[in-house]
Ligand binder design. Structure first.
Ligand code: SF4
Length: 117
């Protein structure tokens, strides 16, 4: 029996990643999603992906060591390299994209922390 796999995980070719490229380095990874049970009881924190879905069901759980075709590590690399070196390696356009992604993720985190649900 077990839990049926989500179609989107197959569509995105969700699979085991590597130490260098995996969900935990991806812009879309959320490591502290709070899962609720009946009556709103907090069941604990699990990992989710903003591409796969921020849903309560365990079907949406993602493994930090996996990867998919929407992998984007620009924020991780921006933090790792620093702005100056990132610019040298990737150019101005990619740096601007990474900074926009960073702001978007920070805004989502603020929204999630102030969401009463
Ligand atoms: S987009 Fe893909 S690689 Fe990124 S967190 Fe989601 S499942 Fe992992």
């Amino acid at each position: 029996m077990g839990t049926q796999r989500l179609k989107i995980k197959d569509d995105l070719h969700y699979r085991k990643g590597s130490d260098a490229a995996c969900c935990s380095h991806c812009n879309n990874f959320v490591g502290d999603f709070i899962r609720h049970g009946i009556g709103g009881v907090v069941l604990g924190t699990e990992a989710r992906c903003m591409e796969i879905g921020m849903e309560n069901s365990i079907k949406y759980r993602v493994n930090p060591s996996h990867i998919c075709s929407r992998y984007d590590q620009s924020i991780y690399m921006l933090r790792l390299l620093g702005e100056k070196h990132y610019l040298e390696v990737h150019g101005q356009e990619k740096l601007d994209d990474a900074k926009v992604s960073l702001i978007a993720v920070q805004l989502l985190k603020i929204n999630r922390s102030t969401d009463p649900a």
